[in-house]
Write a protein that binds this ligand. Structure first.
Ligand code: GUN
Length: 285
């Protein structure tokens, strides 16, 4: 079975649109997401455009602030500070990666944790690892939603996550653990990676290398979640970290690229923006 993140996210966005439509009467306004894009990296431009389109579908107000890649760290931090203080703003997202002269850690930590719709702020990360109430990072949250929508039982399963990034690998491993999977985190220094991935009942791949996972690395009947978004060096087309054509016949469930995890990430960003908005409304009571 191929899980369409595109279809699932379209359904969820419709439900959110109905929810948001009631907000002006209830709360006097709709949620407001501000996305900051520094520079013109084509990948980042495309993600930011996707976020603006999804906001429109859901009825969330979206402001995209574009700044040249010559912006200084101080200027960016000042901008974030203004947005933190702006009561009309519910969510602030700085599209990553940032130019090398700007510290991503500093920028992420500067966002008010209540407006951190990415769930990247150190306090939100700590809350996640302590099982406290927090905004969950979008991609990991979307992956768990897809698994559940596909009827995959996570509890008790051997889950292998390939990749250990702060954005995907580490948090998705934690969420799988919270769903009672037995989780292994593998990475570029793992010895005999194929023997580890072949042991996976649920395999999540987030390494950012085109067709990194080959047929011999996947067990028959495995559930395969492909987080990669790469250009196929042979065809120039978008492709995942998993060799889809070779693995689809043997996987019980697999996600395509494009149209798999990507749309779910954006869908969860919408959900997180609504969450941050509602918490703020609750705090104001
Ligand atoms: N760059 C790649 N993925 C992400 C993400 O989830 N959030 C942000 N802000 N930047 C990204």
């Amino acid at each position: 079975m191929v899980i369409s993140g595109k279809e699932l996210s379209a359904r969820l966005k419709e439900e959110m649109a109905a929810q948001v439509a009631a907000f002006p009467d209830k709360y006097g306004r709709v949620p407001h997401l501000v996305v900051i894009l520094v520079g013109e990296d084509p990948g980042s431009v495309s993600y930011v455009t996707g976020k603006a389109k999804a906001s429109e579908v859901v009825g969330i107000r979206n402001t995209t602030i574009r700044r040249p890649d010559t912006i200084t760290e101080t200027e960016l931090l000042t901008l974030i500070d203004q947005l933190n203080k702006d009561d009309s703003v519910d969510g602030v997202l700085v599209q990553l990666p940032l130019p090398k002269h700007i510290s991503e850690d500093k920028v992420i930590a500067a966002i008010a944790k209540e407006k951190d719709v990415d769930g990247f702020h150190p306090l939100n990360v700590a809350a996640l690892w302590q099982k406290q109430d927090c905004v969950l990072p979008c991609t990991p949250k979307g992956i768990i939603k897809m698994l559940k929508a596909a009827g995959v039982e996570i509890r008790g399963k051997r889950a292998v996550v390939v990749g250990r990034s702060n954005i995907v690998g580490l948090p998705v491993a934690k969420l799988l653990l919270d769903e009672n999977a037995t989780v292994t985190i593998a990475h570029s220094r793992t010895t005999d990676l194929p023997s580890v991935t072949r042991n996976a009942e649920i395999l999540v791949v987030a390494v950012g290398r085109p067709k990194f996972v080959t047929d011999d690395m996947v067990a028959d009947g495995a559930v395969v979640i492909d987080v990669g978004v790469n250009r196929d060096p042979d065809t120039g087309k978008l492709c995942g970290d998993v060799d889809f054509a070779a693995i689809e016949p043997k996987a019980s469930v697999i996600t395509p690229v494009p149209g798999g995890v990507g749309p779910m990430t954006i869908c969860c960003l919408m959900e997180n923006t609504i969450e941050c908005f509602l918490r703020k409304m609750q705090r104001a009571l």
